[in-house]
Design a protein around this ligand. Sequence first.
Ligand SMILES: NC(=O)c1ccc[n+]([C@@H]2O[C@H](COP(=O)([O-])OP(=O)(O)OC[C@H]3O[C@@H](n4cnc5c(N)ncnc54)[C@H](O)[C@@H]3O)[C@@H](O)[C@H]2O)c1
Length: 430
Amino acid sequence: MKICVIGLGYVGLPTAALAAGSGHTVSGYDSNAQLREALRAVRTNGYEKDVREVVASAIREERLVICDRVEPADAYIICVPTPTISGRPDMRHVESALSAVAAVVSAEELIVVESTVPPGTTERVVRQALRAAGKGFLNVRIAHAPERILPGDIMRELRENDRIVGGRTPEDAAGARDLYASFVSGRIHVTDLRTAEFVKVIENTYRDVNIALANELALFCEEIDIDVWHAISLANNHPRVNILRPGPGVGGHCIPIDPRFLADQNPFATELIQASRRVNERMPNLIVRRVVSLIGEGDGERKVTILGASYKANVDDVRESPARRIGDLLEERGFRTSVYDPLARLPGAAQSLQEAAEGSDAILLAVNHDAFREIDPMGLAPIVRSRVLIDCHNFFSEQAWSAAGFRVYALGRGSHFTLPQAFRQQSSSA
Ligand SMILES: NC(=O)c1ccc[n+]([C@@H]2O[C@H](COP(=O)([O-])OP(=O)(O)OC[C@H]3O[C@@H](n4cnc5c(N)ncnc54)[C@H](O)[C@@H]3O)[C@@H](O)[C@H]2O)c1
């Protein structure tokens, strides 16, 4: 088939390369001209290693061609962002991608929206774009195939995950199913358009609500001197319990955004969903309050070193990152901050841990990157100004940091906690 992928970001580029590797002729279009130029030159920094390899061979072998416009194809796959603005869904990228598709699409061709959208959106925006292009009566096939990858392992997940495919009609769904079956090895579950849209949104909503529960339990445990990490790991031994991990908030382009799609559609039927959002959104503020109670108010001098800038461990994506929110809040309160993240290299961030930690009054672990396991508190002790560790993930060994003279606060661990270290390590690795 001839496939055109529109939007070549975290989702679109590997999807285009995977389809190209399965024998399709693939064109890729992104509205960002600099990105198109970089991709043509096979400059793919910023994408995961596996993605870079597959993309490089697809582009070099000309199975994937980067184009300056949407090219006519048998199937169009839309992978553009779907953010919220002031809590409301912003579908402008999808609308503009679809108007470019509408300009070239012919009868019987398949339009698939992969971007996550509120239920009911795909058919409405496709119809709208066709009408605007004077093709209101064109018989195109319409489908939604939401992407469900886990950043950090994108290429494998793209190939192997089960897919949900929803069609406007059973024939449209079958067309989309056949397309995905040609490059995905997971099972393909076929349904109608609105259900497919809804399923993707509730998957992320489930995670947001579950994390909010974990966060609420963490705060509760701090009050009653219980180690929440140990308690959750014990509760999760139950075959029907799976509580996620507490943390400094929820970030990324999906989990904090998608629940708002439902809340926006029906504010009265989404009380739990909205309350969970509030709990998770409050976490960065709460971490800042912990900083103040440990080292005092920001006075223009006190410095906090933030370990990690990305929205979660082992990725470089900083969208909606709680770590960055914590940094902004600290600065608003008069703290100086420095950031060190070996993956997400931000402008202004320190080049090394030593540079970031020099003269610091607190080390704040905001992202639990595996690379931070290497940090030796004995090495930091002589270069910081005061020895305080704020661990938002129960990640570091309290024993090792205490031995280096640090006062340790870990989110969700009661302050007078006395369970032996061996138990704690078991619970944090569970
Ligand atoms: N990143 C993830 O892990 C993930 C996982 C599941 C679902 N999703 C969903 O997939 C969609 C895409 O997310 P992403 O992370 O790949 O976004 P992204 O920001 O990484 O990439 C989107 C790309 O689309 C381009 N773009 C924007 N408007 C365009 C237009 N009109 N025409 C052509 N290109 C355009 C942008 O320049 C950008 O390069 C979103 O709806 C997101 O919610 C993302």
